[in-house]
Design a protein around this ligand. Structure first.
Ligand SMILES: [Zn+2]
Length: 443
């Protein structure tokens, strides 16, 4: 037998009436298990630029990495194609599935492609060129947009930081019923797991974040730093609907890697995900709807930043900024429209240094203690109550303490991206995978 390493990338195998790429992957894993010699990694769930249009969900693609007998590698793509056509609702105009197969080592060109897909938009034509240049077997339907995520998932080795997500799935024919995830069990689990899991609940509204709202087969997902922890946490969650299957994904969620590019204001383009190092140029203002707008500048230009109402108390931190404060904003670039200029939609904020807030007022009279008035330019102050004059006295300067902590500030958990690095992981990095794969799916 000649052993061959295979990576399969897939994306956009879903539709609004149920079904999603990770669920399809869990079915595919079960099917492939019959011919796979060795699984080389957990299934990878790769989140890409969350700020691109035409993707309402979390923009997640999946890669499967395994070794098989090379004589069986040719049969994989046709059989996956059959499965996808059966699973996805191809007739729905917004479903554009793509599946790509890569044999052997991952080409550098794909690694570069992935880096770009994390923070920029990629045209389908570029994905098509890469596929033909690297001669990768693939199939795609619709406008073939799924090939972008499929390629990007293959090219992401999760070699830097990463996390895990346990996803429980319900049966496809139960997707219109309520999940019945027991809130009390989730709160207990969250307390018990401390910071080993994250994004379970939104503490400001006490709402559950582990269960999605749509009619998809995901029952719930638990995110954490190691597979044993998410597996244990899942055993503590109760729900009315049963989990039909589950799988643990290794993922780039909660790593913040879509914000690694530091971009100058004049180079910002629509739909980029970026960090911008800047200075507050105008004091914040609150607009209708409770959104906070802030104008910032760097040496190349100025731009408005928006912290929207759903970000919760994060808005009030933004609203406390003053002209001259130095900050780094984490944001997605919203294109200009008839009503607003190019705008940075804030996903996070690092406060670097804040200016002193000074209140200046006329001095108090040294004779009677009442507030003095100016005696004219360069003539000092006079007291209108007792007549005292003082030409050497200066204005009072009161330094008001700023209640802004330096460091990273984030929106409430429910407004965070899948890729947002949560507060519990600010200083945490997972070591490269050592090859040990724990129990991760039910065959
Ligand atoms: Zn006086």
């Amino acid at each position: 037998m000649i052993r061959e390493n295979i990576t399969i990338g897939m994306d956009d195998i879903d539709s609004p009436s149920g079904g999603c790429t990770t669920h399809f992957a869990s079915l595919l894993v079960e099917d492939l298990d019959k011919i796979v010699e060795e699984w080389l990694d957990y299934p990878n769930l790769i989140r890409l630029n969350p700020n691109i249009p035409y993707r309402t969900r979390g923009n997640g693609a999946v890669a499967l990495r395994f070794a098989i007998d090379s004589s069986k590698s040719e049969e994989i793509l046709p059989s996956i194609r059959e499965m996808v056509l059966e699973y996805a609702e191809i007739s729905y105009p917004n479903t554009n599935p793509g599946v790509v197969i890569c044999k052997g080592d991952i080409p550098h060109e794909l690694t570069d492609f992935t880096k770009r897909a994390l923070w920029r938009t990629i045209p389908v034509s570029l994905a098509t060129r890469v596929l033909s240049r690297l001669n990768l077997p693939y199939f795609a339907e619709g406008n073939k947009r799924g090939t972008i995520g499929a390629l990007a998932a293959i090219g992401h080795g999760l070699n830097a930081d990463y996390t895990y997500e346990y996803i429980a799935y319900r049966s496809m024919n139960q997707c219109s019923e309520p999940r019945g995830v027991d809130a009390e069990s989730v709160f207990k689990m969250n307390d018990q797991m401390k910071e080993k899991t994250f994004a379970n609940i939104d503490s400001s509204s006490q709402s559950l974040l582990i269960e999605p709202q749509g009619p998809d087969p995901v029952l719930y997902g638990i995110r954490g730093d190691c597979p044993e922890d998410v597996l244990h946490a899942a055993s503590l969650v109760r729900s009315e609907q049963d989990a039909e299957r589950w799988m643990i994904f290794r993922t780039n969620q909660a790593t913040g890697e879509h914000l690694e590019q530091q971009i100058k204001i004049s180079y910002l383009r629509p739909y980029m995900s970026v960090s911008v190092s800047c200075t507050v140029a105008e004091n914040p203002r609150i607009i209708e709807g409770g959104h906070v707008i802030l104008t910032v500048r760097d040496e190349t230009g100025t731009i408005d930043c928006a912290a929207y109402e759903p970000t919760g108390d994060f808005r009030w931190i933004v609203n406390d900024l003053l002209v001259g404060d130095e900050i780094v904003v984490h944001a997605g670039v919203r294109p200009a429209s008839r009503t607003h200029r190019l705008t940075l939609n804030l996903e996070g904020l690092q406060i670097v240094t804040v200016v002193d807030e000074v209140h200046v007022s006329n001095p108090l009279c040294r004779e009677c203690g009442r507030r003095m008035k100016s005696a004219g330019t360069k003539k000092g102050f006079k007291c209108v109550y007792c007549g005292h004059k003082d030409s050497s006295i200066q204005k009072d300067r009161t330094y008001i303490s700023r209640n802004l902590e330096p460091g990273i500030h984030l929106p409430r958990t429910s407004a965070q991206r899948h890729l947002t690095r949560p507060s519990s992981r600010l200083r945490k990095r997972n070591e490269p995978l050592n090859g040990m794969i724990a129990k991760w799916h039910i065959p």
